[in-house]
Design a protein around this ligand. Sequence first.
Ligand SMILES: [Zn+2]
Length: 231
Amino acid sequence: MQLLHRFEDSFDVYFTGRDDGDARDLVSRGVIEKELSAFTDREVRLATVHQVHSGIVHVVGSGGPKRVEIELADGDGMVSSAKDVGLGILVADCAPVALSSPEGIFSAVHAGWQGVLKGVLPEAVRLMRLVGASRISAYVGPSVKSECYEFNGPALREISKLLGPSVVGRTSWDTVSLNLLESIKQSLFMAGVVQIEASDACTACGEYFSYRARKSPERHLMVIVPAGGAG
Ligand SMILES: [Zn+2]
């Protein structure tokens, strides 16, 4: 697991690579929590959701049993302000999105086209604001890019109707596709998030697990955690 992004709001975002193996296995063996605890120099519990391509976001509190992974119900996003919690999202081609705020409130979202269409990003932003977040910053992790992923039909029309024509992309073989990253940016813009950074990496043509490109059953994990050393 490697550092992928560092927010100015004192949050770090980590990502497991292909060399780390299937992240679901790392999660169930407790490897992620050990690494997070080592990186931050405090005991960190990992919270994950049972991802179902929905618009459901959970609020994760502090406390609870130590060294026990928090497995939440069905959902595709989590919001927390707990110092001892890391929020983890499993992905292959869908985009993992991390959100931070200066008030110490943070979020992790599983954003595929279905979640984007169901409003999972504005829901995470709404919950962050509800518990006191002001200026929210976003980081979008590696995902399948429009050049490598053919996508057309009623779903694309629905997404472009909701988020604008800029979400329509083209593949490198010149067919219509969805620009997932652009749709995520537009969804965040509409929710009032303007500070957005993103990874250039494409899971389909890069050194990643990709269901779309290679039918990989494995997953990567992106985790956002309060940075170490801040107390
Ligand atoms: Zn690609």
